[in-house]
Design a protein around this ligand. Structure first.
Ligand SMILES: [Zn+2]
Length: 241
């Protein structure tokens, strides 16, 4: 079974991610940041959108749902805890649920911290993780609801996935994250070389994602914090950086 993945940057720094099961034609949008940009990408690929997988309730992730639904009649799968903001999903999911779309299957992983309803989607067979705004390349989401320790716990769950897992995220924040990482752990050669790499990529407006769990374990200071206490201090320092 083969799949195709297309990603691009939309709005200011959101990622548009489309995933297609070539055998069945089922085509998934991870979130719906920008209906016009997603529709244009689908048209260019000659793909028909069948499903939207929602990671969390923020407007820059769900704002395009209504328009995409009207255009494509696609199904919407959202976290149960996002129900107030995504009121008419076709299916709601909770931690540990299995979601099958064509030949693809995902495990819903509750990853609160950025917000209470946050869900990541993991395909073990394809070694793919859609991490939304929980984990970013060299960084993590801001804590907008609840305690930062909750996000730390969520990130530790993601860090336990196999190193080779490809990770797609909700935003292109890598350069800012890299600069913070250097300020925290400037003698780490992996962080130094990755910083140079991602700065060069962004200079020519190329994307720095996807990343992998293994690369994040080497270069993401939040995953490397070592304790919830140190993580909380780092998250606070990043807010002020
Ligand atoms: Zn968000």
């Amino acid at each position: 079974m083969s799949i195709a993945i297309h990603q691009a940057i939309c709005l200011r720094d959101n990622y548009l991610v489309l995933l297609r099961d070539e055998e069945t034609g089922r085509t998934i949008s991870i979130d719906a940041p920008d209906a016009a940009a997603i529709t244009a990408a689908l048209k260019q690929k000659e793909w028909h959108l069948t499903d939207i997988l929602v990671t969390h309730k923020h407007h820059d992730h769900v704002g395009g749902i209504a328009a995409l639904r009207e255009t494509f009649g696609c199904a919407v799968i959202a976290p149960t805890r996002a129900k107030i903001d995504v009121p008419d999903a076709d299916r709601y999911c909770d931690d540990g649920d299995n979601i099958t779309i064509g030949n693809l299957d995902f495990e819903a992983m509750a990853t609160p911290g950025h917000c209470d309803d946050h869900m990541a989607y993991y395909s073990r067979r394809k070694a793919l993780l859609f991490a939304g705004d929980a984990l970013f390349a060299m960084g993590c989401g801001r804590v907008l609801e609840g305690k930062p320790e909750i996000l730390y716990h969520s990130l530790m769950r993601l860090a336990d996935l196999p190193d080779e897992t490809s990770v797609y995220c909700g935003h292109e924040y890598t350069v800012a994250n890299a600069r913070f990482a250097l300020s925290v752990d400037g003698t780490n050669p992996d962080i130094a070389s990755r910083t140079a790499e991602v700065e060069a990529l962004r200079q020519r407006e190329a994307m720095t994602l996807p990343t992998t769990i293994g690369l994040e374990k080497r270069t993401n200071v939040f995953l490397r914090a070592g304790s919830a206490e140190k993580f909380v201090a780092l998250r606070e320092a990043k807010n002020r950086f």
